[in-house]
Design a protein around this ligand. Sequence first.
Ligand SMILES: CC(C)(COP(=O)(O)OP(=O)(O)OC[C@H]1O[C@@H](n2cnc3c(N)ncnc32)[C@H](O)[C@@H]1OP(=O)(O)O)[C@@H](O)C(=O)NCCC(=O)NCCS
Length: 177
Amino acid sequence: MSNFPIREIPQLRLRHPLGNLPSVRFLPQGCQIRVASSEDAEAISMVLTGSFEEPWTSESVLRRLLDDPGVPLTFVAEQDGKIVGTASYQVKTEPDPEAGWLHWVAIHPEARGLALGEIISHRVLQEAFNRKRSCVMLTTDDVRLAAIRTYLRLGFEPDMWHETHESRWAKVMQNLS
Ligand SMILES: CC(C)(COP(=O)(O)OP(=O)(O)OC[C@H]1O[C@@H](n2cnc3c(N)ncnc32)[C@H](O)[C@@H]1OP(=O)(O)O)[C@@H](O)C(=O)NCCC(=O)NCCS
């Protein structure tokens, strides 16, 4: 690890083979998943700002998600009519133009523990499956244990393409056990 300055260490990557869609837990009462529109930009920015280390605004949600042609769909999770989560379906040309990507998954801290992250991620898997993508990929950070547990539960597998990945995954698995 010491040979790799922090900024050059690539994120962890996971891949879902999409052979069969996994089963998923039931939506809690009062919750729903739906496709987002531009009117949701402000609420999505609040969820993302509450979940990541960078500030989001309505403008950045529109530019990076809702108006980005590389992000055909963004979903939101609602609890009692309030947006508490989001996940997007992304397409990219590299490394596999046939793959779909699970992008910017977040559940507001006050709405965690209800499996909404799993359920909204499953919605993205379903979208990729319906669009006949070859697989679904995502990148994440070693410390995002709740997210990694969610992805493994859904059937994502570690995609170890970089020489640091094997040892980092061993540590992640140890931290999860
Ligand atoms: C990832 C995220 C969406 C999951 O939210 P959620 O669906 O409410 O899920 P939970 O917080 O209940 O956690 C999911 C699982 O991880 C477990 N978990 C939570 N915190 C954990 C931790 N610190 N270490 C290990 N496991 C943890 C939970 O027990 C749960 O396990 P289970 O499914 O076996 O019951 C949410 O934690 C989040 O928004 N995190 C910040 C943003 C982020 O990291 N996004 C992913 C970017 S790739």
